[in-house]
Design a protein around this ligand. Sequence first.
Ligand SMILES: Cc1cc2nc3c(=O)[nH]c(=O)nc-3n(C[C@H](O)[C@H](O)[C@H](O)COP(=O)(O)OP(=O)(O)OC[C@H]3O[C@@H](n4cnc5c(N)ncnc54)[C@H](O)[C@@H]3O)c2cc1C
Length: 169
Amino acid sequence: MAASMDDFMSGHGKPKPCRACTDFDSYIDQYMTERKLPKTMKAKLKNDLQCPLDKNDLGRNTWSFLHTMAAYFPDKPSSTHQSEMKQFINLFSKFYPCDYCAEDLRVELKTNQPDTKSQHSLSQWLCRLHNNVNVKIGKPEFDCSKVNERWRDGWKDEVFQPYSSSLIE
Ligand SMILES: Cc1cc2nc3c(=O)[nH]c(=O)nc-3n(C[C@H](O)[C@H](O)[C@H](O)COP(=O)(O)OP(=O)(O)OC[C@H]3O[C@@H](n4cnc5c(N)ncnc54)[C@H](O)[C@@H]3O)c2cc1C
């Protein structure tokens, strides 16, 4: 069957589920499998569509922001820094645009408020929070001892640099 990116973008087939609480990735995967399109086209297809973020893109980008923010939180925050960071995370849980994700976060915050004593405390608290979500959705837990390597300092172990050899070539 002849199929192209134009075909996809013109809305032929099923309607495009461009919503934060749907899994747009799976939809593209199914679309590409049905039309035998090469996997290498996926990134271009997603980029060309300039679609609003789906739940997974939104989650990935949001975690990147939150962990980076925690990575650069002061080692010795003032009481104002501490209370404002708590307020930020509590307000964030009211506006995060994936309804059931935000609702679960608000439930969690009732018994587990952000630990804002220091950069280390906040990064570890956020890592555990992220791991709770990972477990809930069947993803592997992240090793929280490596959170600053991942989000601030870069990997100590070269095994974590999968692209380095292809960049050198
Ligand atoms: C507040 C919040 C609540 C969410 N709730 C849900 C939900 O209820 N249901 C749902 O289906 N999706 C939820 N999501 C989305 C989900 O967590 C993922 O973002 C999404 O599934 C994409 O996953 P991913 O594999 O790209 O990696 P992500 O989980 O997005 O992680 C991005 C990167 O962070 C690093 N990482 C992973 N775990 C940790 C950790 N514990 N600490 C530090 N770094 C880490 C890894 O390097 C990873 O590649 C939520 C997202 C957020 C921000």
